[in-house]
Design a protein around this ligand. Structure first.
Ligand SMILES: CC(C)(COP(=O)(O)OP(=O)(O)OC[C@H]1O[C@@H](n2cnc3c(N)ncnc32)[C@H](O)[C@@H]1OP(=O)(O)O)[C@@H](O)C(=O)NCCC(=O)NCCS
Length: 257
């Protein structure tokens, strides 16, 4: 479909974004970001952009960022990117991010930041492999969201930096190669190896955490616990996460010094 992407400014345009949040995340009212906040940031140096089907005024997806200070630098912090399930897999999220990037550059920004759940490995391919962002730190309990697609596990997040002047191109999908800091034992996380120092370190993550949560919640929890141990260690040792490898059966984060 030939989607149209445009910036939103008017308060009455923002209500539709609450419905997109509900359909994308399954949030209850408590966790929704209200339209009034989007309006304020749209007027106060943020970026609120949405995608529409050609014949409709109802948004099918949106991206939202606001001005923030990070490491002594003003950045756009992107708090939300969401596409309604029936409009996914057509490159729309990537197009919204590029639009959001272009607006941010016009506003004078060089860097965008955001967070995502390391256990949602498909998001990692979009953020790292397609957009070229990199994860630089790990934050346990970044939110206290308890409902929707995040139910059952603490809301930990990777913190991502995106250089807005870097050329965006999709990295080829390559097989994992490097020293193994964490891998599965059956469906559970194994014991992390915190002794590595090579150029590339690999950290496994379940390929489909939602399916694992449904069949074995305690196995899913072992991954959260192991990631809480292994990622902060390697970030603290000077590594950043630049890609995720998918073998078709397993997925591995790729960390470089
Ligand atoms: C993440 C999300 C915005 C992707 O939207 P989209 O329009 O389908 O994304 P695009 O078509 O631009 O890109 C697809 C890529 O996104 C990735 N992706 C992210 N989530 C995915 C999902 N649930 N299913 C499949 N692919 C997904 C894949 O890498 C895919 O690339 P591939 O086609 O090479 O496998 C959408 O799934 C969504 O709204 N999810 C819920 C909200 C959320 O998690 N937002 C945070 C994003 S960091």
């Amino acid at each position: 479909m030939d989607y149209i992407i445009r910036d939103l400014l008017r308060a009455q345009d923002m209500d539709g974004l609450e419905e997109v949040q509900q359909s994308a995340w399954g949030y209850d009212d408590r966790d929704l970001t209200p339209g009034s906040l989007f309006t304020v940031h749209a007027h106060m140096g943020g970026v609120v952009c949405a995608a529409f089907a050609p014949d409709s005024d109802l948004p099918v997806g949106f991206a939202y960022s606001f001005p923030a200070k990070y490491k002594n630098q003003m950045v756009q912090h992107s708090h939300m990117l969401a596409i309604r399930p029936e409009h996914r897999h057509s490159g729309l999220a990537a197009r919204l991010k590029i639009h959001q990037r272009d607006r941010s550059v016009e506003l004078g920004y060089d860097l965008m930041t955001w967070t995502f759940d390391p256990l949602l490995t498909k998001n990692a391919r979009l953020n790292l492999g397609k957009l070229g962002a990199r994860a630089v730190s790990y934050h346990p309990d970044w939110y206290t969201i308890k409902g929707g697609i995040y139910a059952g596990l603490p809301a930990d997040r990777f913190f991502v930096e995106w250089d807005l002047h870097k050329e965006v191109f999709e990295q080829p999908k390559t097989p994992p190669s490097g020293e193994m800091a964490l891998e599965a034992t059956g469906t559970r996380a194994g014991t992390p190896n915190l002794e590595l120092s090579g150029a590339v370190v690999l950290i496994e993550s379940p390929r489909d955490i939602d399916a694992l949560k449904k069949t074995d919640l305690s196995a899913a929890q072992t991954w959260r616990e192991a990631h809480r141990m292994v990622f902060p260690h390697y970030f603290g040792s000077g590594y950043v996460v630049t890609e995720i490898h998918d073998t078709g059966e397993r997925t591995f984060y790729h960390l470089e010094r």
